[in-house]
Design a protein around this ligand. Structure first.
Ligand code: C5P
Length: 393
């Protein structure tokens, strides 16, 4: 089912970035309709937003343009999800008070679905206790808030208040959860493919992009967890995710072991190299001629098996990326590694690695396998995390 996103634009300078956000949301498969305040029209035109969203934009001037229906109520009915971006201090105050004096506030007051807030403003306006109290009140009423980033403001200096980068806003919109089902939980996740150095310019690697592990991290954060993501990749993450960047299997093991004791749930989604070169050359290896080159490899530690053998309270989840006999291989791995759940997925031929979607089967020692139908990696991540909670309960 196509997702209907209502983008509510209010009068901050960051509004000039909203057309690009809308274009990405549409490219990702969503349908977008826009409402904007009069103040927003000073920063971006209704014509631009109508052209990129492919629908006419609701402005105060157009509220009664079509007498057949009440425009803000019709928009509220159409939306599955509302995103106020950028949200000014003024609009945040109005929403917290329940005011309805323009097309954005009336539409939102008439809307009962998922509401997301992306504040962006001057740093002093953001840290003002009045603004903070208004944001806290909106959170209490079920709004989900992407806090502003620290960075260069339109005022010409660096401070908190900047609208987060568009990929972070997209991740926030895509991963928003109906309820915080992981509140109070600490989750440790690995992502990406490790790289084992042969020399300063070459490595042994694999095709894992880190998308699945990063989707798990963002969904877990959106569901209220404290998340540590140990990753070889650099995909955008939500503010609740602490990223530890690593390259090799050994560095990943060190980072995972350091975070293991504090974790309630551990998910090893990374594709870890089973072997690494015995020696890493300090200078670029030269051709050896017709004799060829023989590399000596040594085995890497199996990080997951180590966790399975030493876990106390942690719920430990592994991934099994298989090209053939997926379920048989994964079932054997579940027992061999002493883990609580194994996520089996087929890789190769455009499946799994680097793809936008995934199809997995969830194996646990005591329950029948659960098949998760092909879906976006974000939706698969949500299904995995919910199943983990169900098995732990
Ligand atoms: O044995 P195999 O590599 O197929 O197992 C895959 C699972 O084990 C994944 O969860 C992966 O992150 C983990 N793994 C590991 N350390 C390794 C190899 C795999 O933690 N050296």
């Amino acid at each position: 089912m196509t997702q209907h996103i209502g983008v509510m634009v209010t009068g901050g300078i960051a509004a000039y970035k909203v057309p690009l956000l809308i274009r990405s949301l549409i490219r990702g498969g969503a349908e977008v309709r826009v409402a904007m305040t009069q103040a927003a029209e000073a920063f971006v035109t209704a014509a631009t937003l109508a052209t990129v969203s492919k629908h006419s934009v609701l402005t105060d001037a157009r509220e009664f343009a079509e007498p057949a229906h009440v425009a803000h109520v019709a928009l509220a009915h159409w939306m599955d999800q509302a995103v106020v971006v950028p949200a000014t201090a003024n609009t945040i105050a109005k929403l917290a008070a329940g005011l309805a004096d323009n097309v954005v506030t009336t539409t939102l007051l008439a809307f009962g679905g998922q509401k997301l807030l992306v504040p962006a403003m001057n740093d002093q306006m953001w840290v003002n206790p009045q603004t903070q109290a208004n944001v806290a009140h909106l959170r209490d009423m079920g709004w989900q808030v992407l806090p502003p980033a620290t960075g260069f403001l339109a005022e010409g200096y660096a401070a908190v208040g900047r609208m987060p980068d568009l990929p972070v806003i997209e991740a926030f919109i895509a991963t928003a959860q109906p309820e915080p089902f992981l509140a109070g939980q600490t989750v440790l996740i690995t992502a990406g493919g490790t790289r084992e150095r042969l020399d300063p310019v070459r490595y042994i690697g694999n095709d894992s992009s880190g998308k699945m592990g990063t989707a798990l991290a963002n969904v877990a954060a959106a569901a209220g967890a404290q998340v540590t993501l140990v990753t070889t990749g650099d995909q955008p993450v939500l503010p609740g995710v602490t990223v530890i960047s690593v390259t090799t299997a050994q560095a990943m093991q060190t980072a995972v072991q350091a975070a293991f004791a504090a974790a309630d749930v551990v998910i090893m989604a990374a594709a870890v190299a089973d072997y690494r070169p015995k020696y890493t050359a300090t200078q670029k290896l030269k051709k050896t001629g017709d004799a060829g080159l023989t590399l000596e490899l040594v085995q890497n530690p199996d990080i997951l098996a180590g966790l399975g053998a030493t876990k106390t309270h942690q719920f430990v989840v592994g991934f099994a990326a298989e090209t053939n006999d997926v379920l048989a291989n994964a079932t054997a791995k579940l027992a061999r590694k002493h883990v609580d759940m194994l996520v089996a997925n087929r890789v190769g031929d455009g499946h799994g690695f680097n793809a936008a979607t995934n199809q997995v089967t969830l194996l646990t020692p005591d329950q029948a396998p659960v098949s998760v139908p092909e879906a976006s990696k974000v939706n698969v991540a949500a299904a995995i995390l919910r199943h983990i909670q169900q098995v732990r309960a």
